[in-house]
Design a protein around this ligand. Sequence first.
Ligand code: NAD
Ligand code: AKB
Length: 320
Amino acid sequence: MSVTKEKILVIGASGQIGVELTLALRNIYGASNVIAADLREENDLLKGSGGPYVSLDVMNKEMLHVLVLRQNITQIYLLAAILSATGEKNPNLAWSLNMQSLLNVLDIAREENIHKVYWPSSIAVFGPTSPKQLCPQQTIIEPTTVYGISKYAGEFWCNYYFHRYGVDVRSLRYPGLISYKSAPGGGTTDYAVEIYHDALDEKQYECFLKEDTYLPMMYMPDAIRATIELMEAPAEKLSVRTSYNLSAISFSPKEIAESIRKHIPEFKMKYKPDYRQVIADSWPQSIDDSVAANDWSWKPEYDLDRMTEDMLKNLKVQKA
Ligand code: NAD
Ligand code: AKB
């Protein structure tokens, strides 16, 4: 692969995934070849990495089109979205942003022969009728959140643009992602990030999910590596053009608290479930990602305790 000829646009670059993905792509392709774009201001870590930043509303298709042409963009990573918990507060806005942003990007990719597009889906495509344990790649999919509906529809738009127009669009169904470099943006799995901050700051945490709520989760370094491995895989190896199941760890709030107590023995948990409990209960507890393992050799590295150790170590440095 010739990495130097690529010019990459990351939309939603100031978000939880965007910051780390942009930094990783800049390491591979060179800072000047990876343009960070977002509606909100540039994240400090991105500023420090020296690459270009553009203020962009992805809903403005004309502005996006001009940017792609002027900058000779060859790959687009679309990360702008409204996540599950925020989406339930404003379903119309979530549907409109999550769908229109993808259609704008896919249309421009088709017209301008963009080499590759990346767009993430989520375990939120699954609903109460999907299998709870080791939920397979192909199964009953009846999402109950507007976020899940938008992701499922988006997966089929990706599939459609690939088969009908040859747009090489690739996608992963991320589990809940846990990171220390950037904050999460309104999801049901956000508790698993907040808990580490509160454990260090307050020695206690009030969780918005019940103690035995198991959900599929992943540490950000695994998610970034998965994304880059998928994008670098030869096209002929990819059998899934909707979105790949992706899995690493499954744990409950009680188990993450126990993992934290190995480092902070006095840490205390309280439970006050809210509207997010219903969303969490509608999702599988674990995911079967054997198709990703077979097609492009996906394998996670972090388990719960290794993630906890790394999160606490890095957050302590950040907070010092
Ligand atoms: P985030 O909310 O942290 O970041 C999204 C970014 O998009 C924000 O910086 C926001 O300012 C930007 N944005 C919003 N509207 C925009 C617009 N109109 N134009 C340009 N930028 C806009 O989200 P994230 O957690 O980084 O998620 C990124 C993608 O990954 C989303 O598609 C999300 O559904 C998916 N995903 C995330 C997780 C997770 O746990 N973080 C899990 C599964 C899937
Ligand atoms: C959310 O909780 O909405 C996200 C996701 C799993 O898509 N973290």
